[in-house]
Design a protein around this ligand. Structure first.
Ligand code: IPM
Ligand code: MN
Length: 375
């Protein structure tokens, strides 16, 4: 290359570097198969980075079962302060067979959600083409909704206790707690999401799911807040379902849903049902969102210890979590490309279940990365 061209080329590269966007992400691979699926998510994000000239800096933290067994620490206040430096956290899975159930879930996962005030748990329920759903005759156009699960209150608040433990008269309570602003901020998020979906050609309908016929205090608080908030968003069509009926309709008429907003405990339960109708835990992802702080993205299945290290677990859920993270940081074009990559992988995989995909964990990551770079 002539000197003049070289100079031009280097000036161009210099400009390109200046343009390059940088994101620093905290990575918590966690336990079991967490590290394996996160590795594929990072691989795919790096492919996105290469294609769109984005630099991702991944900083790993070892919070999880192994560290707990060695040090007795779940997540400390200093760890939380450290995580606050990031806009996004990418999590694999928390849960270790040698640790009493509850310790890591409460001490790590819930502690992060609560301390970082990630008050929304966003869980898309979307059936990709070629993915098998247990619902007879339901197609991708029938299963495409998103659950806005309130993520800080309800039965998760820690209010309650036990007396007379280990006696015949043992009393245990666990209290469903909400205050009005917690409900209001969650509803505002959900209404805005419904508006956004409407702008993107979706129905823009919001269904409140609760149990007002029995929960006459907390359900009533949610219902009244919903009715008042709805006046601020006249473009959004609204509906209300009791949670038990919602389980019924999710199976029978999932096409009725566009955006569901619900409290923490109900949201936990219905999103496992949602995961199954979209093809299983192999593809279900979620985002723990603090719209003005640090958010965390995760596959919603567990650590699947029996598959650890075998390179057979499905990384699509973790890759979907990476897609949500891209969307959240505002990289909507790249997020869409990643989604096309996931859809492409769905046409190739024989099944979404671990060990039955016809591809190894790392091959699924390769497949999507190659798709992204080639399309
Ligand atoms: C989830 C999980 C957690 C929850 C557990 C592990 C604490 O089931 O993310 O849905 O109940 O929120
Ligand atoms: Mn759950």
């Amino acid at each position: 290359m002539a000197a003049k061209d070289l100079a031009k080329e280097s000036a161009k590269n210099f400009e390109k570097n200046l343009e390059q966007k940088k994101y620093s992400i905290a990575v918590l691979p966690g336990d079991g198969t967490g590290p394996e699926v996160v590795r594929e998510g990072i691989k795919v994000l790096n492919a996105i980075g290469k294609k769109y000239n984005i630099k991702f800096e991944f900083n790993e933290y070892d919070f999880g079962g192994e560290r707990f067994l060695k040090t007795g620490k779940t997540i400390t206040d200093e760890d939380i302060e450290e995580l606050k430096k990031y806009k996004a956290i990418y999590l694999g899975a928390i849960g270790h067979p040698d640790v009493t159930p509850g310790i890591l879930e409460v001490g790590i996962l819930l502690k992060i959600r609560f301390s970082l005030d990630q008050y929304i748990n966003l869980r898309p329920v979307k059936l990709y083409p070629n993915v098998e759903t247990p619902l007879k005759d339901k197609k991708p156009e029938d299963i495409d909704f998103i659950v806005v699960r309130e993520n800080t209150g309800c039965l998760y608040s820690g209010h309650g206790g036990v007396t007379r433990k280990n006696t015949k008269y043992e009393v245990a309570t666990q209290v469903m707690v909400y205050d009005r602003q917690m409900v209001d901020r969650c509803l505002d998020f959900a209404f805005n999401l419904a508006m956004q979906r409407k702008a993107n050609g979706k129905p823009g309908k919001l269904t409140l799911v609760h149990k007002t016929n029995v929960l006459t205090f907390v359900g009533d608080l949610w219902y009244r807040a919903f009715m008042e908030t709805k006046d601020k968003y006249p473009q959004v069509q609204t509906d209300y379902n009791h949670v038990d009926a919602c389980c019924m309709w999710m199976v029978k008429n999932p096409e009725w849903y566009d955006v569901i907003v619900t409290s923490n405990m109900f949201g936990d339960i219905i999103t496992d049902l949602g995961a199954m109708i979209q093809g299983g835990m192999g593809i279900a992802a979620g985002g723990n969102i603090n719209p003005i702080g640090t958010s965390m993205f995760e596959p919603i299945g567990g650590s699947a210890p029996k598959y650890t290290g075998l390179n057979v677990i499905n990384p699509l859920a973790a890759i979907e979590a990476a897609r949500m993270m891209l969307e959240y940081i505002g990289e909507t074009g790249p997020a869409l490309k990643l989604q096309q990559g996931v859809a492409f992988a769905c046409t190739k995989l024989k099944s979404l279940s671990a060990g039955k995909m016809g591809y190894s964990t790392s091959e699924v990551g390769d497949l999507i990365s190659e798709y992204i770079l080639g399309n």
